[in-house]
Design a binder for this molecule. Structure first.
Ligand code: ZN
Length: 243
């Protein structure tokens, strides 16, 4: 059992939200209607056809608002409510970690419920009452320009402050949990190496349906659906106060 002063960092990817009904858009699921998501999630696609891109986001916003956190999200929240120092670094743009109750969540690729004005960069959020049933291009209340989803698209750079914060956190981490991510996308592909650089005694555990390029960097890879394997591992390895 790990003591309560153990610093835990969880890296989460689309595999965590999959069983909540959020599509991963990988392989054969990489299509929405007849469009490849690579042709929707780019600044070029938005410049070409903002209405189409927003239509896709309305569909996804609807899915996320209907979705519920699953046992994997809840297991990470259990660590926090049991008194552990845990930070979640997520590649996911949904808010299921927050809705599970986690308070320290860093969104590496932005947040789907936030919007940014393409002209004055004002940031707003969708009203909780919004139903996403009438796909119109939302407009900025300050300058009337188009709003875009505040997410990181293909061909866009990540927020450097977020990267720096993540690196600092990784370097002081004692236990690294890599959950439901293929581990091939920057910056997550670097994360285990950064963490190991900061702490020679780092322990790394990976949870995934299959082996990944990061598997050789871990103490152990636990194969299976993460909503089963992660809660089991956490209740065995940490002092969890059941609510
Ligand atoms: Zn504006």
């Amino acid at each position: 059992m790990k003591s309560l002063d153990t610093k835990i960092t969880a890296i989460t990817g689309s595999g965590v939200s999959q069983s909540s009904g959020i599509p991963t858009f990988r392989g054969t699921n990489g299509l929405w209607k007849k469009y490849n998501v690579m042709d929707l999630a780019t600044p070029q696609a938005f410049a070409r056809n903002p209405k189409l891109v927003w239509e896709w986001y309305y569909w996804r916003l609807g899915l996320v608002s209907q979705a519920k956190p699953n046992e994997a999200h809840l297991a990470l929240e259990n660590l926090e409510s049991s008194g552990y120092n845990i930070v979640v670094l997520t590649q996911n743009v949904d808010n299921l970690h927050e809705r599970a109750g986690s308070s320290k969540v860093i969104h590496l690729h932005g947040e789907i419920f936030q919007r940014r004005c393409i002209q004055c960069h004002d940031i707003t959020i969708w009203e909780p009452t919004e139903t996403f049933s009438n796909p119109e291009i939302p407009k900025c209340i300050k300058c009337n320009s188009m709003l875009r989803p505040k997410v990181v698209w293909f061909n866009e750079t990540l927020n450097s402050e977020i990267i720096q914060f993540s690196y600092n956190r990784l370097k002081e981490t004692d236990v690294l949990l890599i959950i439901g991510t293929s581990g091939i996308v920057y910056p997550v592909n670097n994360f285990p190496f950064i963490a190991k650089e900061g702490n020679m005694n780092l322990e790394t555990y990976e949870f995934n349906l299959e082996l990944t390029p990061l598997s050789s960097e871990t103490n152990k890879t636990i194969l299976g659906p993460v909503e089963k394997t992660l809660p089991e591992f956490i209740s065995k390895s940490f002092k969890i106060t059941k609510k």
